[in-house]
Design a protein. Sequence first.
Length: 120
Amino acid sequence: MRVSAPFPCSYALVGLKKWATINRGGLGVVCDLSVAGARMLSETVLAPGDEIAISLRLPHQRVSTFIDRATVRWVKDSVFGVEFSLLSPIAATRLGKCVNRGTHASSLLPVAGTSERQPR
């Protein structure tokens, strides 16, 4: 799901690599989101294979959602993709609600000349 308005997140390296790295975390912006992963933008340098824990401020939700472990799958400049590998049932539910809400909202188009929305 492409996020209609990108939202902030924070993350930190997990596992053994975090102890060998000076920069152990960062702030980012989530651009695309699914229940399986995300595309994120950040100034922090990460590499494919890095494992991170993520705190997401999902749209329309009051509290942050925590992803216990995500693996960086690709990096291009300041954009990277992660695959969620360990998340709680609560986090999975919150992600599902966010993605479903976004999918439902994008499937509705305004009807010309009215304020009503019609399914595609």
